[in-house]
Ligand binder design. Structure first.
Ligand code: UDX
Length: 437
């Protein structure tokens, strides 16, 4: 099939490369010329496992091209919309200008029968609005809403073999035709047994926001339990293991710590609250305010704990932050809990050094006032407190014995509850987990 992918960020670049891997002829389009230049030259513009190899393979096969000109989308049977919907400055609502601009730029190049498949996370009602626009501007083209559930760090696998495919479709023959076209695009995962669900636009849009809200709620639930554990001397990791064995609850996404960040969960729950308010259903989502508040408290909690282990004041203390990315296997620092805590510590008088195997370049761009050190051993030198905030494998496997002589004071705060408290204590460290005695 001929496919266009509009927007080549985390979602679009991975989608374009994955569609080429599935055997389609793909053109990836983005307004950012530098990004397109990188991709066309085979340079992945961000860190994502397997992306560089698959990008090189797809470019080498001749099935993948990149362009800044929306006219190059002409002739494709499916156009995947993969542009961002960030939080609007000073508001909770999503900024829809990139989606609207992408559709407006694409419309003149569409032919009757073309399918536009929206993958961006959008406020419910967006697809209906865009479908009306397209009915005037590109008659005969059909809009489908096909939300994406990929996780950064596992993006290629999540795209090539997703848990499920969701198609939001218009009623009638045009919807059936669009589903058939999407089935062709996803022939390989469908043949491998991926469940495929068809529904109306609004439900498809909500599937994505509801899924992310549930995940955020699960994390904030266990973090709320961590607060109670702290108050009562209980251990939240043992609690999570035990309740997680109930298959109705499940153990995944019950890791307590410094909380969630990234380009999706925080902004998606806020945009969802804003949209519910516009629809007159704000009461239904007031609990998400609490989910957000619990999550934000985790960052302040880490700062408090660090102050405590430093003897009550951060002034003149050297603090090493292990991790800058919002999660491991990613160089994404959008709304990273690690960087947020690092910045607060620095503001309160500590001298903060941040280390991360992949995200330092991006971190520097966001928080130029922090010190950055790529080598873990150098970052640890002379520290009065070490704070693990992103659970990269190299930090999980740090050896408490050989690390000891590097630091000034053996204080470690495990903001992701991934270290073995007994081993660290045995090596003479003052170990503090979050929600663990
Ligand atoms: C998320 C959704 O998982 C994905 O389905 C959707 O398409 C996009 O948003 P992503 O943002 O890549 O994906 O990261 P995710 O793995 O969900 O982690 C989000 C944040 O939650 C990270 O900061 C992570 O550290 C944190 N987290 C996750 C916890 O604090 N505890 C957990 O148990 C799990």
């Amino acid at each position: 099939m001929r496919i266009s992918v509009i927007g080549c960020g985390y979602l679009g670049a991975v989608h374009a490369v994955s569609m080429a891997k599935l055997g389609h002829d793909v053109v990836g389009i983005d307004v950012d010329a530098a990004r397109i230049g990188d991709l066309a030259a085979g340079r992945a513009p961000f860190f994502e496992p397997r992306l560089p190899e698959l990008l090189a393979e797809a470019l080498g096969s001749g099935r993948l091209a990149f362009s800044t000109d929306p006219a190059d989308a002409a002739g494709a049977e499916v156009h995947f919309l993969c542009v961002g919907t960030p939080q609007r400055k000073g508001e909770y609502a999503a900024d829809m200008r990139y989606v609207d601009a992408a559709v407006a730029g694409l419309a003149p190049h569409l032919a009757p029968g073309d399918v536009i498949a929206g993958k961006s996370t959008v406020p419910v009602g967006t697809a209906a609005r865009l479908a009306e626009y397209l009915a005037h501007e590109a008659p005969g083209a059909v809009l489908a809403w096909n939300p994406e559930f990929l996780r950064e760090g596992h993006a290629i696998q999540d795209t090539l073999s997703p848990d499920r495919l969701v198609y939001g479709l218009p009623e009638g023959p045009s919807g059936a035709a669009a589903a058939a076209v999407l089935d062709q695009a996803y022939a390989a995962p469908l043949a491998a047994g991926t469940p495929r669900l068809t529904m109306d636009y609004a439900t498809a849009e909500l599937v994505k926001t509801a899924a992310n809200s549930f995940l955020a709620t699960k994390i904030s639930f266990i973090n709320a339990m961590a607060e109670v554990c702290d108050a009562s001397g209980a251990d939240v990791t043992a609690l999570a293991d035990a309740i997680g064995m109930d298959e109705r609850i499940g153990r995944s996404f019950l890791n307590a710590g410094v909380g969630f960040g990234g380009g999706c969960l925080p902004k998606d729950i806020r945009a969802f609250m804003a949209r519910a308010g516009e629809l007159g259903a704000d009461q239904a989502l007031t609990f998400l305010r609490e989910v957000d508040a619990i999550n934000m408290r985790r960052r302040s909690k880490v700062v408090e704990m660090t102050r405590e282990v430093c003897g009550g004041s951060l002034l003149g203390k050297r603090v090493t932050i292990l991790g800058a990315a919002f999660k491991p296997e990613s160089d994404d620092v959008r709304d990273s809990p690690a960087l947020s805590a690092a910045a607060q510590l620095q503001l309160q008088g500590a001298t903060v050094t941040v280390t991360d195997p992949q995200a330092l370049q991006n971190a520097k761009g966001r928080f130029p006032e922090l010190s950055y050190e790529p080598a873990t051993e150098n970052a640890l030198l002379g520290a009065h407190a070490v704070v693990l905030l992103t659970e990269w494998k190299e930090y999980r496997s740090l050896d408490p014995v050989s690390t000891g002589p590097l630091v000034a004071d053996k204080n470690i705060i495990d903001g992701r509850n991934v270290l073995d408290p007994a081993a660290w204590r045995a090596a003479g460290w003052n170990y503090k987990g979050m929600g663990r005695p």
